[in-house]
Ligand binder design. Structure first.
Ligand code: MUC
Ligand code: MG
Length: 367
C-alpha cells in the first residue's frame, strides 16, 4: 500500500462544440491525468481540469506542482495515510484541482487494493444519481434544441442555464423559452459565473420571477460584499456559492456572511477527502448542496458520481454529470452511459473505471 510514484500526464480531447459561460469558454478538454502507483502494483487514477478563469491553474502548472512539489511529499506514505497527504499538500497555497486529482487517485488505488468501490468506502448511500445538464451560452432556439436532445436521448429533465451576459434579457429570454417549450416537465436553475452586478442580478431574477427556478448560482462576485448580501437577502430561491467556496473555510465565511444559502460541491476542486469535510459542514449548517461540474471529462464525472452517490444530501438534487457528452471522445474502456435521466455508478473496485491505453496514447501530449 506504499505510494511509489505519481505521474501527471497532459492530454487534450476536442469538444464537438465549445461550452461558453460568463467567466470563460472551453474548446477542448486539456486536462491532466494523474496516476498514483503503489509498491503492490495498484494504480489509482483521476484527472485535473485546469480552469485558469476559476482557480488560476494551467495544464503546465498542474504538472509542475504535482511532479516537483506534491510527488516528493507523498512518495513513501501508504494509501491509508490520507490525512498526512492532505496536510502536506495543504502547505502549498491554491492548486485545488491538482491537489484533488492526487487525493482521488489515492482513494482509487485504495479501493482497488481493498477490492471495494470508493463510493461504498465514502458512504455507500445509493448506486445512482439523477443528472442535470448545463446549457452554455447560445441563442434561445439553439439552447432549447439542445435541451430537447438531452431530454429525448438521455431522459434528462433538469437543466442549469448559463447566464451573466449583458443585457440581462439575452439570458432571461433563454430561460423563458425553455419554460415555454417544456412547461413544468423540467427543472431549471441559473448560473451567472459572476457575470452580473448585484443590481443586474436582482433585475434578472425579477424578470424570471414567474419561471419557477430551483436555484440561482454565483450570479455576481463574492467580492461585491455588501451588494451580494443585499441580493441574496431578497431572493426567494437558494443562492448557490460555487467558485467562491473552494474550501470548507470559504463555505463558512460566505454562509455566515449571508452571501449564499446553498453550495456546489465539486470533487474536481475538493477531491474526496476535502469534499467529505465540506459535505459534513453543509450538513451541520443545514445547507442544500448540488454536485457541480468543473466541465469534467468521464474520469472526473465518475469521481463526482462516486462522491455524490455516497451520501443522501449529495444525491438528493440532480448532479451536473453530463457535459462530457460535448467531448468528441474520452479515455475510458467502458464509456459512462446516461439513461432515463440517471447515471449509475459501477460496482467495480476503486472509483469504477479503467483507462483505455490506446486512447491515452492517442490523446496524451507528452509523447
Ligand atoms: C460552473 O458550475 O460554474 C464553469 C466555470 C467553472 O468554474 O465551472 C463551470 C461550471
Ligand atoms: Mg457554477
Amino acid at each position: 500500500m506504499k505510494i511509489t510514484a505519481v505521474e501527471a500526464i497532459p492530454f487534450s480531447i476536442p469538444y464537438s462544440k465549445p461550452l461558453r459561460f460568463a467567466s470563460g469558454e472551453v474548446h477542448a478538454a486539456e486536462h491532466v491525468l494523474v496516476r498514483v502507483h503503489t509498491d503492490d502494483g495498484f494504480v489509482g487514477v483521476a484527472e485535473a481540469p485546469p480552469r485558469p478563469f476559476t482557480y488560476g491553474e494551467t495544464q503546465d502548472g498542474i504538472i509542475a506542482v504535482i511532479e516537483k512539489v506534491f510527488a516528493p511529499q507523498i512518495v513513501g506514505l501508504t494509501l491509508l495515510e490520507r490525512e498526512v497527504v492532505t496536510t502536506r499538500l495543504a502547505r502549498t497555497v491554491g492548486n485545488p484541482t491538482a491537489k484533488s486529482a492526487v487525493d482521488m487517485a489515492i482513494w482509487d488505488a485504495l479501493g482497488k487494493s481493498l477490492g471495494m468501490p470508493v463510493a461504498d468506502l465514502l458512504g455507500g448511500y445509493t448506486d445512482r444519481m439523477r443528472v442535470s445538464h448545463m446549457l452554455g451560452f447560445d441563442d434561445p432556439a439553439t439552447m432549447v434544441a439542445e435541451a430537447e436532445k438531452m431530454r429525448d436521448v438521455y431522459g434528462i429533465s433538469t437543466f442549469k442555464v448559463k447566464v451573466g451576459r449583458r443585457p440581462v434579457h439575452l439570458d432571461t429570454a433563454v430561460v423563458r423559452a425553455l419554460r415555454e417549450r417544456f412547461g413544468d416537465s423540467v427543472d431549471l436553475y441559473v448560473d451567472g459565473n459572476r457575470g452580473w452586478t448585484p443590481s443586474e442580478s436582482a433585475r434578472a431574477m425579477k424578470e424570471m420571477a414567474d419561471l419557477d427556478l430551483l436555484f440561482a448560482e454565483e450570479l455576481c462576485p463574492a467580492d461585491d460584499v455588501i451588494g451580494r448580501r443585499w441580493l441574496v437577502g431578497q431572493l426567494d430561491v437558494p443562492f448557490i456559492a460555487d467558485e467562491s467556496v473552494p474550501t470548507a473555510a470559504d463555505v463558512t465565511r460566505e454562509i455566515l456572511a449571508g452571501a449564499a444559502t446553498a453550495i456546489s460541491i465539486k470533487t474536481a476542486r475538493t477531491g474526496f477527502t476535502a469534499s467529505r469535510r465540506v459535505h459534513h459542514l453543509a450538513e451541520g449548517l443545514g445547507l442544500e448542496v448540488v454536485i457541480g461540474n468543473q466541465i469534467d471529462g468521464q474520469v472526473g464525472t465518475a469521481c463526482a458520481l462516486a462522491f455524490g452517490s455516497a451520501f443522501e444530501s449529495t444525491s438528493r438534487n440532480a448532479g451536473e454529470l453530463s457535459n462530457f457528452l460535448d467531448m468528441t471522445d474520452d479515455l475510458l474502456t467502458m464509456p459512462l452511459r446516461i439513461s432515463d435521466g440517471y447515471l449509475h455508478r459501477s460496482a467495480c473496485a476503486g472509483i469504477g473505471f479503467e483507462i483505455d491505453s490506446d486512447k491515452l496514447a492517442h490523446y496524451r501530449l507528452d509523447r
